[in-house]
Design a protein around this ligand. Structure first.
Ligand SMILES: [Zn+2]
Length: 113
């Protein structure tokens, strides 16, 4: 049985997921999180600044709860909007993000739990 939290290479060997610290070095300081609860579908972009550098990226979800419905059935993905914006803008500040783009923990405060 494969662990869905882990990545696997072509031979089926487990690949350790990247850590927050590793992604931070790549300029990755946000994550896209999604609520999997039925009828919720809430999603948000969060800052990873509050997480320790040695935390594996997928383990972010263990520390999160959906701010809309309170569910812990949360999934996390790379923040592709920020990723593409960085590709376009190079080393400078990210450009090309939609006006609605906001980061929880940076542009807006974390919800009080
Ligand atoms: Zn939810």
């Amino acid at each position: 049985m494969r662990n869905p939290r882990c990545a696997y290479d072509a031979e089926g060997q487990e690949i350790a997921p990247p850590t927050i610290g590793f992604l931070r070095e790549q300029g990755e300081t946000t994550a896209a999180v999604y609520c999997h609860a039925r009828d919720c579908g809430h999603h948000a972009v969060i800052s990873t600044d509050r997480f320790p550098a040695d935390l594996p990226f997928p383990d972010i979800v263990l520390r999160l709860r959906c701010s809309a419905c309170g569910s812990r059935a949360v999934g996390v993905m790379k923040d592709m909007a920020a990723y593409y914006a960085r590709c376009i803008s190079g080393a400078g500040p990210a450009t090309g993000l939609p006006p609605s783009y906001q980061v929880i923990g940076r542009d807006v405060p974390w919800p009080v739990r």
